[in-house]
Design a protein around this ligand. Structure first.
Ligand code: ATR
Length: 281
């Protein structure tokens, strides 16, 4: 197999046509002078094991994984990085030349790297509030705890799911709040992260009373369709720093690109323009 053959990657999901990953990775390939391709491949849950077996020797450097395969893929891999194990989810697989499959999770790193590079207003020194308790919430919590945030407060409509995350990874640095009392955590939070699907096109908005927020609170929404959710509009009106979901998407992708191709890439104006253009279609 020649070097050029292995400079291909993909994203698998079901559905996957909506994924922005091909646009992003192709942009970086071009920028780095890598001759390659990045495809979106629809893989139904019943076909996941077959896809993984074929991928071992299919000429891919690796692939990203999106809904609904992030957890189902775990038993099909040869090695799983500690962070991905802790998250119980994999979003990036590297395929070695001998067909060994290694799983990683770059979602939490994506959030932290984005905060560090672009959101100077939050220094990881004040409590954070996470809304939601799915895979993205777990990734965000792990990322923030790794940065030694003093306290991560978490709230979810289904409280037990938030409790499970706090028990699994909190080590005394996470507290759980009832969903109906979520506004009570706002005053203490230096960072508020929405990881729920609320606010996405077709979903109801996330209602959160921000009146008690400190003036330097950062409100981060991982939703990127639309880019400006009602939560971010409300935060903006309240004069708070707001961050949309594109940064986390880009930084988790950049970390995957580094794993496959060894190149450092990032979020520049050209990529921002391309992604915003795709989202406005
Ligand atoms: P992911 O793994 O991508 O983070 P997920 O597991 O589907 O996504 O999680 C979606 C999150 O949005 C969950 O926290 C979910 O709350 P439940 O655990 O109670 O289902 C939250 N969510 C979705 N619809 C919601 C709604 N109408 N009100 C409140 N929370 C909602």
């Amino acid at each position: 197999m020649s070097k050029t053959d292995i400079r291909r990657a993909a994203v698998i999901g079901f559905p996957v046509a909506q994924s922005l990953s091909p646009l992003m990775h192709k942009y970086w390939m071009q920028q780095c002078g890598i001759e390659g391709d990045y495809e979106a491949i629809e893989v139904a849950p019943v076909d996941l094991a077959d896809f993984v077996n074929q991928a071992k020797h299919g000429g891919l450097a690796g692939f990203n994984i999106t809904v609904p395969h992030k957890t189902a893929i775990l038993p099909l891999l040869d090695k799983i990085a500690p962070l991905a194990k802790q998250m119980g989810a994999v979003n990036t697989v590297k395929i070695s030349e001998d067909g060994t499959l290694s799983g990683f999770n770059t979602d939490g790193i994506g959030l932290v790297k984005h905060l560090k590079t672009s959101v100077v207003a939050y220094g990881f020194d004040r409590p954070a509030l996470i809304l939601g308790a799915g895979g993205a919430a777990r990734a965000a919590a792990i990322g923030l705890l790794t940065e030694n945030v003093p306290l991560v407060m978490i709230t979810n409509r289904t409280r037990e799911k938030a409790e499970t995350i706090a028990q699994d990874i909190g080590r005394g640095r996470m507290t759980v709040l009832d969903w109906d009392n979520r506004a009570d955590a706002v005053a203490a939070a230096g960072l508020i992260v929405n990881t729920t699907t609320l606010g996405m096109i077709g979903e109801p908005p996330l209602a959160l009373d921000l009146s008690s927020a400190a003036n330097d609170t950062v409100v981060y929404d991982i939703v990127y369709k639309p880019l400006e959710t009602d939560l971010l509009k409300a935060a903006h009106t309240r004069g708070l720093t707001t961050v949309d979901g594109l940064g986390m998407l880009v930084h988790q992708g950049a970390a995957a690109f580094k794993i496959w191709f060894g190149e450092e890439v990032g979020f520049d104006a050209g990529l921002k323009e391309k992604l915003e253009g795709a989202l406005s279609c």
